[in-house]
Design a protein around this ligand. Structure first.
Ligand code: SAM
Length: 380
């Protein structure tokens, strides 16, 4: 019994051990974890971590509102442009719109100031005017927007190659077709350079300017220089303003008459007495005159043939067809209002004039032209 009892226990013990071992040996080795498959719809609303951390809903809203506003503004601009083009096409604008400046003279500076600042035209004017030397003629001078850049007073200096040359302006003759514009220029000049006497102001067509300007003599009349050819009888003598006297104020916008103070020479003291100018300057003038090619040819004929220069800062057609199309479409309306044809091909005008090109540079998508020209060298 004892034996059998022990045997039983032993058997039970063995079978327990066996069953434990066999259970252990059948256990599967640990498998590498498979990536858990997730349903695509589970993450539909989940945002990527990076986006969630940088773009807030507020930013997205501001961005959306910005894009919408810009789109609306562009739409508004486009529809205004279409309306302006339609209006422009209905206008019958004469080629000669230069009379507009008589009525816009008083507001001219205020009107162009902001645009010129934005385009940094002051710097362009300055670099051009600083090239003026000797006896200078500025045509289409307008209200004198180049005035502040002149270096008045002649002195000897050296050029870039070390050669002796005249620097600075010995005299300046300002000419504009509009008496109202030229009177504003005269007043500006007197304020800025009260002691400079060799300045003349003439209300005259630039195509008729002759260096042989009649000068006011102390007896109150006008006299021409004896050393220069006299003006042809068909051309009226230019009106000279020796501006040592302060005028009472700018002409009114309505008045198309010459301001009384400008009808007569104010004070004699200096007469221009050469056959040519050393420098002829024009800024933003080819757009306003009826015959730009004829004007340039004439300027060439009164510029000193050897060292004389014609300096231009003009605006006109662009490098780009799309911009030229805009300029063409709106040109009649712009000319009607401002007296300027802004779609002229300045390069072509210069070419047709026959003047020699020393340098041409273009800015503002090609619409601003800076040109240095000289009279064509005479063929021997
Ligand atoms: C756009 S304004 C330019 C004024 C100035 N040069 C400037 O840079 O601001 C054009 C000027 O040219 C003048 N003008 C137009 N045709 C002219 C002509 N045939 N002779 C002289 N001046 C003329 C106008 O009276 C006007 O003052």
């Amino acid at each position: 019994m004892l034996v059998s009892g022990n045997t039983d226990r032993t058997v039970r013990e063995l079978s327990r051990l066996y069953s434990t071992r066999s259970r252990k040996s059948h256990r599967k080795p640990p498998q590498p974890k498979k990536p858990t498959r997730t349903n695509a719809f589970d993450n539909l609303n989940a945002k990527p971590a990076a986006v969630r951390s940088t773009v807030s809903p507020r930013t997205l809203t501001v961005f959306g509102v910005g894009v919408l506003s810009i789109s609306l503004y562009c739409g508004y601009l486009y529809s205004s442009y279409r309306q302006a083009v339609a209006h422009s096409k209905t206008l019958q604008v004469p080629e000669d719109v230069s009379d507009r400046y008589n009525s816009t003279a008083t507001g001219y500076d205020a009107e162009v100031e902001l645009g010129e600042r934005f385009m940094r035209l002051g710097a362009r004017r300055k670099e051009l005017v600083r090239m003026a030397r000797g006896d200078v003629l500025e045509v289409s001078c307008g209200t004198g927007r180049n005035m502040e850049y002149y270096q008045l007073g002649e002195r000897r200096g050296l050029d870039s190659q070390g050669h002796s040359e005249i620097q600075g302006c010995r005299s300046v003759t300002f000419v504009d077709l509009s008496p109202q514009m030229v009177e504003i220029a005269r007043q500006k000049f007197r304020k800025q350079y009260p002691d400079f006497t060799k300045a003349v102001f003439r209300a005259e067509d630039a195509r008729e300017v002759l260096p042989t300007a009649a000068s006011a003599d102390p007896r109150g009349g006008e006299s021409s220089s004896s050393s220069s050819p006299s003006p042809s009888p068909s051309r009226s003598l230019p009106t000279l303003f020796f501006s040592q006297k302060t005028s009472t104020g700018p002409p009114t916008a309505e008045s198309s008459e010459m301001p009384p103070s400008s009808h007569t020479a104010e004070k004699a003291g200096w007469a221009f007495s050469r056959s040519h100018f050393d420098t002829v300057l024009e800024t933003m003038g080819l757009c306003s005159t009826t015959d730009p090619v004829g004007l340039l040819r004439h300027l060439g004929s009164i510029t000193e043939p050897q060292k004389g220069r014609i300096l231009l800062l003009e605006h006109g057609r662009s490098h780009y067809d799309w911009l030229n199309k805009v300029l063409d479409n709106l040109a009649p309306a712009h000319a009607h209002r401002h007296g300027c044809w802004w779609n002229r091909d300045i390069g072509h005008i210069i070419e047709q004039s026959g003047l020699e090109v020393v340098e041409i540079k273009r800015y503002h998508l090609g619409t601003t032209w800076r040109a240095v020209l000289r009279p064509k060298a005479a063929t021997p």
